[in-house]
Structures are given as C-alpha cells and as structure tokens.
Design a protein around this ligand. Structure first.
Ligand SMILES: [Zn+2]
Length: 424
C-alpha cells in the first residue's frame, strides 16, 4: 500500500516550503522524490496541512478515563485512596476495555500515536491496542511488600501472561513492568522487579517523588531521597521511566542523567493534585532525559498532549521567570523524539526516510493557527489538539479527515456511560 502526502508542510522545515512524503508499507520511503517502483494507492492533498511525528504520551493509565471528572478538587491522598482506588477495585475487566477504548479515541483525535500505560486490568489495554491499531507500551502495575506477596506474585504472573497474549494476537505493543511507587511496593519487591527487568530486558515504569509527603517519608524511613532510595535497590541501572520527579534535591540530578533513565513530566496532573511543578527546565539543563505524559484522565483530566505541551512550556517559563525556558522547539522535541528514545524506539518521533510512519496531519485552516509565522510556536502555544485531521500508525490511517477508522465511537460512548451510571 503506497500513500502520497502531497504538497505538505513539514513541521521542522521553513514556513513556506512544501514537499511530498511517500509512505510504503509501514515506513516513510522517501521525502521530496518519488521512490523507484512506488505503487501509488492513495494521494492525500495536504495543501493546508502540517505534518509532524505522532506524539508520544509517556505516562497514562488508559482505563482511568472511566473516572474522568469523578473525583476533583480533593487532596492527593483523598483522591487516590478514598475516591479512585475503591472504584478501581469494583471495575470489571470488560469495563476496563471500554475505558481503554475511550482513551484511545481521545488520544488518536488529539494526535497521540504511542502511549506508555501502567495498567491494572491485564490484557485489556493490549486487546484495545490490537483492535484500534494504536501503539502501546504496556506495563502491569505491581503492588505488594516482597517477592512472596500474594498480590505481587499474581500480578507478575499476569504481566508475563499478558506479554504472551499480546504476541499471540499480534498487538502493536511492547511490554514492561510497572511497580506502582515506593509507598505501595516494599523494598524487596522493588529489588526483585529490577532483577527481573535486567534479566529479561524489560522496561520499568514507576511513579517517583510525586508528592512532598512521599519525599519526606522516604527521607524519614530510609535516610535518603526517593531517587537515591531507588538507586540503592538497583532499579536505576535498568531502562526505566520515572513519572513525576517533582521533588528532587541537588544530588539527585547526577543520578538522573544516566542514559538509561528517562523522567516523564506530567504538569497538568501535578498541578491539579496540588503537588507542585517538576523542575523540567533544570533537569534539561542538568542533562537529564525528559519526556512528557498526561497521566490518567482521573487526574488531568484529559489525555491531550497538545494541552500538555502548552502547559509544560508555560509553567516552566512562569516558575523560572525565564522566557527562554522550554521553547516551542524544545517542547515539541520532548513530546516526540525524547518520548521515542525513552521507549527505545529510534524509528519513531522523527520524520525521516526509512523511519516508521507514525505521523499526524494538522489542518492549518483554523483561526487560532493564523497567520502562520512560526509553525512550531503555533503547534505548542496556539493549537488545542482539535486541529489534528489525520493520524497514521505504521502507515495505516487510524483517523482520516476527522473520522476514526477503527473505533465505533457511538458504541464506546454508550458502553462508558452505562458503566458511569453505576457510580453516579
Ligand atoms: Zn500515574
């Protein structure tokens, strides 16, 4: 299947320059020049379109869309332990499937092509990826005291079962392990997940130093910061995503800049749960690898990476009082190339010949994008996500001219409202 994106503006080329992008099978086969023996099955007129790499949302809990706007304006511990967890515990596997689909609808519509999920309902995110064509990095959420803990043993078994399941249905997923946090996993369980990750070459995904109280408790109990504590257990020698890192001390940065560590900043979630502002600007200046996530829709309350990019840049400028902090260029890179590096996929997050065709088109005919002086600035500071017209994962359209090609949206609305009726 050959697709020609004709006359398109590339997001990182001069404003007035146009080109043609040729896609063959799942890859970008050429930019500007028709490749030899190209079979042209579809030509897309992109006269008023900007092409950019699909956005990579490095921290989500996709099933949690079912709890969007369910528990708002409450403190973090009330939100997590009194409101979210009890509902979570009463959801069924099927509920979680529809929650995943609702998230994927929103993510596709707002230009995300890959997401990293910490999930609590085995197989459901994987099945949803297989059904929708969305690319997922799926990590099973783990909790428990030690490696003998019943809940931990069961969840680890489910994690490995899910990996086999994903392969058996050809889901566009890779996998990892998601120890939830240092306050929900004991030190032995954390150490063990680190050992497993190194043994089996799996990505780790954990919430770290999200709240002041997590930081202070760790200092009280272990005499070190959450970053140093995790390092002392051996987890920071693995490929690992650290979600949040709002509270850091000066000594943490030299650990965090290791090439195997990627910090996922989630500005909306941190603000909404009144946890503060992660020092993204300082992390970048200290050489830490930073990528971007929305967190779940129960704490954001959306999965829209355009909203997240704008917030990241604005909040860092506001906090540092430096207008050069998190420029549009830097912010877009964080949401694309840095995200790809965080999940070990150098074939994603850029528009280059030979790379995988995970691409999105922006319709420039929106008043909030005009006039177009500076394309990257318009994408970070002015776009809302609603301007995304087409989304492609691995050369396959998941959205074409505003219509989702793999999801029955009416059905998803019906099913998710039915689930919500139980909690109203
Ligand atoms: Zn989270």
């Amino acid at each position: 299947m050959g697709i020609l994106l004709k006359n398109v503006h590339l997001y990182d080329r001069p404003e007035t320059e146009r080109t043609d992008v040729y896609i063959s099978a799942s890859r970008i086969s050429s930019i500007g020049k028709e490749p030899q023996k190209f079979s042209m099955d579809e030509v897309v007129d992109c006269s008023h379109k900007t092409l950019l790499p699909g956005l990579i949302n490095c921290h989500t809990h996709a099933y949690m869309s079912l709890l969007r706007n369910y528990a708002d304006d409450v403190p973090f511990t009330t939100w997590l332990f009194d409101r979210v967890t009890p509902v979570e515990d009463s959801l069924t596997q099927e509920d979680a499937y529809w929650g995943n689909l609702l998230s994927m609808m929103e993510m596709i519509r707002t230009g995300t092509t890959t997401f990293v999920d910490m999930q609590m309902f085995p197989r459901m995110a994987v099945k949803a990826c297989a059904d929708t064509g969305m690319r997922g990095v799926i990590t099973r959420g783990l909790v428990g005291t030690d490696r003998q803990d019943e809940a931990a043993v069961r969840r680890l078994r489910e994690a490995f079962d899910e990996m086999e399941y994903g392969a058996s249905i050809g889901a566009p997923c890779t996998f990892g392990l998601g120890p939830h946090a240092i306050y929900t996993c004991g030190s032995d369980l954390l150490r063990y997940t680190g050992e497993l990750a190194r043994e089996r070459h799996l990505l780790l995904n954990i919430h770290l130093s999200e709240t002041r109280s997590e930081f202070d408790t760790c200092m009280d109990e272990h005499g070190m910061t959450p970053v140093r504590y995790l390092d002392s257990l051996g987890l920071l020698d693995s490929e690992i995503l650290l979600a949040h890192c709002v509270y850091l001390d000066d000594g943490d940065y030299e650990i965090l800049r290791r090439p195997n560590i990627h910090v996922v900043t989630n500005p909306a979630s941190n603000m909404k749960l009144a946890n503060g502002f992660a020092p993204a600007d300082r992390m970048l200046k200290e050489g830490v690898h930073v990528c971007l996530g929305t967190d779940g829709a129960a704490s954001n309350n959306s999965l829209n990476m355009f909203g997240e990019m704008r917030l990241l840049s604005m909040t860092q400028k506001g906090v540092t009082k430096d207008a050069l902090s998190l420029t549009a260029d830097e912010t877009l890179k964080i949401a694309t190339k840095n995200g790809a590096e965080a999940i070990g996929r150098d074939d994603l997050g850029v528009i280059e010949t030979g790379k995988t065709a995970d691409l999105i088109l922006i319709d420039e005919n929106h008043p909030n994008l005009r006039p177009l002086y500076h394309r990257k600035a318009s994408l970070v500071y002015s776009a809302t996500g609603c301007e995304v017209s087409d989304v492609m994962v691995g050369g396959r359209f998941l959205m074409r001219s505003g219509h989702l090609t793999t999801i029955d949206e009416e059905r998803v609305f019906y099913e998710t409202e039915k689930i919500a009726d139980r909690y109203r």
